[in-house]
Design a protein around this ligand. Structure first.
Ligand code: N01
Length: 867
């Protein structure tokens, strides 16, 4: 079929790839009555399972789950023979599916798409194949898989070797016989780890060249797990539904056990159960915090290292096989059968490339820094140009001739991992920015195919012909993908998830780590909001509802979900006493915040009696006096105390290198306006006067506060200026209350659903100040005289009703000549930035606060080792 044609062929859709995704895409497009051509450079269906025929190749998701669910009859007709099926069986399955649905008639094998050009006037793609054919189509769909373009061997001398050369990713169909041979395997990722035990069975000598030791867990292969089969038999529909709405695409109850707080016996029990289970999502779910907390991760990692040490007899080899340079899970863990035990065989040797790197491949073997090895065969198990390699391999040019390669020069940019701006009607199945390789691929594939099919159907009904994401929506999604990764340990590893395995490839976290269910929800929301963030055109008109589907930081969203699930009564329906008790109860469950050098409680004289304070002194050098920061807690002038903001004060102390003096002030309704403000001024004056006794540097004094605490900190600056001091070097105002006007846009946008609500703010005001007093600058400092005030750092959070008054204060201070640093807490709420140890994404904002405080006092140095 590879003959050139003078008249371009036409069809509705071209799909590249006839693996799991291409086959199902074809099936769905046919259902829509569209004409489709599927091209695959392979000789048959199967995609990755066509090519990766190396000995030992199996899936690493239980096959009960690594299977199509769209066809209930198919599910009845096919039974997997093992927990993890072999490559031949999976390939047989895909052939069976292709035949069962008569898919082959629309698939052309041994055809490679070499270029694709968007023809704007025609609103069609012009596809060129290696046979010189041109096919024009409305929709161009990449079903090319995430791990399909082998990485070219980046080893000096590759190509010189005159013996047999094999790539796990392109294994010969006739197989390989290593009997009696001296064999080298380079690479210890999943492909290497699966194949090495089987190569060892044949080879006379086997040397494994390992650059990075990898975590691997025994697969315990055998019959499909009884528990899963029972669940499936009981209610297959419910099981598949649970998979679609799970985190990884396999029904799995995520644990809430934290590694850092679990007892030794619980840790051991959970780990051993996961080890016995032999499933990736099990071992990745020993502790809820192992993906984000280094200490928790290390517990699991060390238990795996123990297993490796006990499996491998030679201690030196065992140690070299123990991964120590990356957190567990941040490089794809492997499932193996007898991998580590293989090194106990007398003819198998590990060559640790960290100790003796490869200098060159030679005509007859491999030369390392220390030794020359002779081989009959070399097996490259060196991996793939993952996730983007196949997408940019063909020369794809979108509108204005921009190529995908150029557009993605600094890393891929997509909307939902499905499309990319500038490339109309170009769809990617399981593209970068979707859960893809972090999930059970079959579940993610079905979801993507269904989404694309649904989209094309909706477009047809509306008379629309083209679809493409907007730049805003795409940038928002890219940001969200990176935000999700940033709160985990994953970006710390040199993994193919980061593009780090291919020299010169930009380092960007490629898949979406937020989970299958969160992702599905985002995709569904985009549709239900009229294809939010997409621009669609056609005879039916132009549709574009521009916007960003996920603006909130992922961990902030999780906290909000948790709070909602707790079903607590709204604070503004409680008495002040009950609200205080509720706040104290929730505060007691938080992580404590970082260690600091010293914490001292004391009292200071206030205008109406003593005020308790807590002093935090940073750990470590330099010895001697430090700048002082007087801090006021949040809580709407009604709630809060020294304990409520204790973790935040520790964090500020460690980050700023200053002594923090947190002062409790009189609360409303017992002491109404202006009691809190007057206490704040008195506290600042007293700390200044007692600087030396407090370990401070006289004259180096700043104020800080959060929420209502920021309100009285700002007021204290105005009062100090007007009443003869003291001199204040700077003010840090975190999500401050600076006005009593609730009509600003941020109240309308964020007045409900983000913990600080309009109703709660009203409740605070009602407790604190009479309406007549609320315009007084001592209650609403925005209305005061702002000239001559100390430099300010103001934090304004996106989802805070007070956002716009914080911004207004920054602008007004600037207009009055005050230096201002306005930091936007992107994706945060009024409370989330302060949640030390809970909301990881708040750390960069707090780092900025620490930097601002240090800028007030050039001599300040932060504590070391702060995340
Ligand atoms: O590839 P990899 P893979 N010199 O990139 C080493 C899926 N999969 O084909 O880590 C020396 O993981 C490289 O070393 P380093 C699965 O998602 C699934 O094994 O870069 N060594 C590494 O050890 C998997 O994660 C299954 O330092 C070099 C290895 O080669 C993904 O595919 C089975 C080197 C490559 O490991 C990729 O797995 C197989 C060099 N120049 C694959 N270059 C299932 O079980 C690379 N390496 C379903």
């Amino acid at each position: 079929m590879n003959k050139p044609a003078s008249v371009p062929e036409q069809c509705d859709a071209v799909v590249v790839g006839a693996g799991f995704s291409g086959l199902y895409m074809l099936y769905r497009l046919r259902q829509l009555g569209l004409s489709v051509k599927v091209f695959d450079s392979a000789g048959d269906v199967g995609g990755t399972w066509y090519w990766n025929r190396y000995p030992g190749a199996r899936c690493d998701i239980p096959t009960t789950d690594y299977t199509y669910s769209f066809d209930p009859e198919l599910e009845k007709e096919w039974t997997w023979s093992e927990k993890y099926a072999t490559q031949p069986e999976i390939l047989e399955y895909l052939r069976f599916v292709a035949d069962r649905h008569g898919l082959r008639s629309d698939i052309e094998f041994s055809v490679t798409v070499t270029s694709a050009r968007w023809d704007e006037p025609e609103k069609r793609w012009r596809i060129t194949t290696d046979g010189g054919r041109e096919v024009r189509c409305r929709y161009y769909i990449m079903a090319t898989g995430c791990l399909s373009t082998p990485k070219s061997p980046d080893i000096q001398g590759a190509g010189r070797f005159t013996g047999q050369v094999y790539f796990t990713s392109r294994w010969p169909h006739e197989g390989a016989d290593f009997t009696g041979q001296r064999v080298a395997v380079i690479g210890t990722g999943s492909s290497g780890i699966q194949s090495i035990p089987l190569v060892a069975r044949q080879a006379r000598q086997l040397a494994v060249f390992q650059r990075t030791a990898n975590f691997s867990v025994p697969a315990h292969n055998g019959p499909a797990p009884a528990g899963r089969l029972e669940q499936l038999d009981e209610d297959r529909v419910a099981y598949r539904h649970a998979a679609r709405w799970s985190r990884g695409g396999v029904p799995n109850e995520p644990t809430d056990v934290l590694g850092v707080t679990a007892s030794g016996s619980v840790r051991r029990e959970r780990f051993e159960a996961a080890w016995e289970q032999g499933e990736l999502f099990g071992i990745l779910n020993v502790f809820a915090d192992q993906g984000v907390n280094p200490a928790s991760n290390d517990i699991v990692a060390e238990m795996i290292r123990e297993k490796i040490r006990s499996a491998v007899e030679d201690p030196e080899t065992a140690e070299a096989l123990c991964p120590k340079d990356h957190y567990f899970g941040t490089k794809r863990p492997c499932l193996d059968t007898g991998y580590f035990e293989t090194y106990n065989l007398p003819h198998v040797r590990l060559v640790d490339l960290r100790k003796q790197p490869i200098v060159s491949i030679t005509e007859d073997g491999i030369e390392t820094a220390d030794e020359s090895f002779g081989f009959d065969a070399i097996v490259y198990a060196t991996g793939f140009d993952a996730m983007t390699g196949a997408l940019v391999a063909a020369d794809v040019a979108g509108r204005d001739g921009l190529s995908l390669k150029e557009k993605w020069a600094a890393g891929p940019s997509t909307y939902l991992g499905l499309m990319t701006a500038g490339f109309p009607n170009f769809f990617m199945l399981t593209g970068p920015g979707s859960p893809s390789v972090l999930s059970n691929m079959t579940v993610s594939i079905e979801q993507h195919v269904d989404w694309v099919a649904g989209c094309l159907e909706d477009m047809r009904e509306e008379g629309l012909e083209t679809i493409e994401p907007t730049a805003l929506a795409e940038a928002g999604w890219d940001q969200h993908v990176q935000d999700c990764a940033a709160i985990t340990l994953y970006p710390t590893a040199n993994s193919w998830y980061m593009g780090a395995n291919v020299p010169g490839k930009p380092r960007v976290f490629l898949p979406y780590i937020g989970g299958v269910s969160a992702y599905r929800q985002a995709c569904d929301e985009v549709v239900s909001q009229g294809y939010l963030g997409f621009r669609m055109t056609g005879p039916g008109g132009v549709r574009c509802r521009d916007g960003v589907v996920r603006r909130m930081q992922p961990d902030v969203a999780m906290v909000l979900e948790l709070v909602a699930a707790m079903g607590m009564p709204p604070m503004d329906t409680l008495s002040a006493a009950d609200a205080r008790a509720l706040l104290a109860a929730t505060a007691a469950t938080r992580p404590p915040g970082p260690e600091v050098g010293e914490v001292i409680d004391g009292v200071i004289p206030g205008p109406a009696g003593e005020l308790p304070y807590r002093l935090y002194r940073p750990a470590g050098p330099p010895e001697g006096p430090r700048p002082l920061v007087v801090y006021f807690h949040g809580g709407g002038w009604v709630l809060g105390n020294l304990d409520s903001d204790d973790p935040l004060c520790r964090d500020l102390c460690a980050r700023s290198g200053a002594v923090i003096v947190s002062v409790n002030y009189r609360h409303a309704p017992e002491a109404r306006f202006p009691a809190a403000a007057l206490d704040a001024l008195a506290a600042v004056q007293w700390v200044d006067a007692n600087a030396i006794e407090l370990g401070g540097i006289p004259g180096q004094l700043a104020v800080a506060g959060w929420s209502a605490g920021a309100n009285i900190a700002a007021v204290a600056c105005q009062l100090a200026r007007d009443t003869g001091g003291p001199h204040i070097s700077g003010q840090v105002l975190i999500c401050p209350v600076v006005d009593s006007d609730t009509t600003r846009l941020s109240y309308q946008e964020n007045g409900d659903g983000y913990i600080l609500t309009t109703a709660l703010m009203q409740w605070f005001w009602d407790h604190y100040a009479d309406p007549a007093d609320r315009g007084d600058p001592r209650a609403a400092p925005l209305r005061g005289d702002l000239e001559g005030l100390p430099p300010a750092c103001i934090i304004a959070a996106d989802f805070d009703p007070l956002r716009d008054e914080g911004v207004a204060y920054a602008r007004a201070l600037e207009a009055a000549g005050v230096p201002v640093r306005l930091a936007r807490a992107r994706g945060h709420t009024h409370t989330s930035v302060t949640m030390v140890g809970v909301v990881i994404s708040g750390a960069p904002v707090r780092a900025e606060i620490g930097e601002a405080l240090r800028d007030f006092f050039p001599s300040a140095e932060p504590q070391e080792h702060l995340s």
